[in-house]
Design a protein around this ligand. Structure first.
Ligand code: NAP
Ligand code: GCO
Length: 264
């Protein structure tokens, strides 16, 4: 029988107090995993713990910045002691800055790269030795449409998410022989706080032009929800995907397959 169960597995989802990370961790808990997450602020961790509790999930939350190698190493050691060694890692924590490239400072560019690309490198590096000792593990990197496409104002984010796609392939290449599968999920446009500014109603009550643009650009004709990502994440975290490695699974309602509506 195909095994999608995560029974007995310890899953660390970074930046999972709310949004996509919260939905993925919830799906993992429903599939039997023990949930561990981190966030940068104590108040976010507390908010996350309360939200998991409300869903009947006993999650473990830690304050940790994914860009700080010492903090990450200490957290991974603490998780091993308090919950168990990490079997499944989701590199979800991420930020975006929407600034035209020529107006963006190098410091702003670096900050996005630091959280969205160096972060997954640092956290993966912290869990891989334990996975090797255990005989395997799963790493899922949350990529983006911007792993494939560009657009105005998101140069740093696209550079980071394009890099994350290649980091995914490289981890698969380097550690596949240890039964570690590293894959990506490339969400389309998902309704979360990160994309809220792109969906804000206009002063006259009409839809934001970007909102209408995305609905027209998506064959499914809607924004995605964090729940749309749950099934693909459980698949990539489970034994069912043991021979899938270095792949990015785009969950985008068809955006990348579509040339766009012809002018009427
Ligand atoms: P979100 O709502 O902004 O959540 C991201 C989480 O990561 C927040 O809790 C955030 O905390 C946390 N975080 C930020 N920097 C961190 C750090 N240095 N260390 C630890 N945690 C940190 O974003 P989301 O929409 O759920 O997105 C989750 C992931 O999916 C991101 O990697 C994003 O790029 C990616 N993604 C999103 C979409 C979309 O359409 N929403 C599409 C494709 C990919 P703060 O609240 O303090 O910032
Ligand atoms: C933007 C968006 C994105 C999405 C997402 C698409 O400004 O274009 O915020 O880049 O959040 O990553 O997959």
């Amino acid at each position: 029988m195909v095994n999608f169960s995560l029974e007995g597995k310890v899953a660390l989802v970074t930046g999972a107090s709310y949004g996509i990370g919260f939905a993925l961790a919830t799906a993992f808990a429903e599939a039997g995993a023990k949930i561990v997450f981190n966030d940068i602020k104590q108040e976010l961790v507390d908010k996350g713990l309360a939200a998991y509790k409300e869903k009947g999930i006993e999650a473990h939350g830690y304050v940790c910045d994914v860009t700080n190698e010492d903090q990450v190493n200490a957290m991974v050691a603490q998780i091993a002691e308090e919950v168990g060694p990490v079997n499944i890692l989701v590199n979800n924590a991420g930020i975006i800055k929407r600034i035209p490239m020529c107006e963006m400072t190098a410091a702003e560019f670096r900050q996005v790269i630091d959280i969205d690309l160096n972060g997954p490198f640092i956290v993966s590096k912290a869990v891989i030795p334990g996975m090797i000792k255990m005989g395997g593990g799963k790493i899922i990197n949350i990529c983006s449409m911007m792993s494939e496409l560009g657009r105005e104002t998101v140069s740093a984010y696209a550079a980071a998410k394009g890099g994350l796609k290649m980091l995914t392939r490289n981890i698969a290449s380097e550690y596949g022989e240890y039964n570690i599968q590293c894959n990506g999920i490339g969400p389309g446009y998902i309704a979360t706080p990160q994309t809220a500014p792109l969906r804000e109603r206009q002063p006259d009550g009409s839809r934001h032009p970007f909102d209408s643009f995305i609905v027209a650009k998506t064959p499914a004709a809607r924004w995605g929800t964090p729940e749309d990502l749950m099934g693909p994440a459980v698949f990539l975290a489970s034994e069912a995907s043991n021979f899938v490695n270095g792949h990015v699974l785009y969950v985008d309602g068809g955006i990348l397959a579509y040339i766009g509506k012809q002018p009427q």
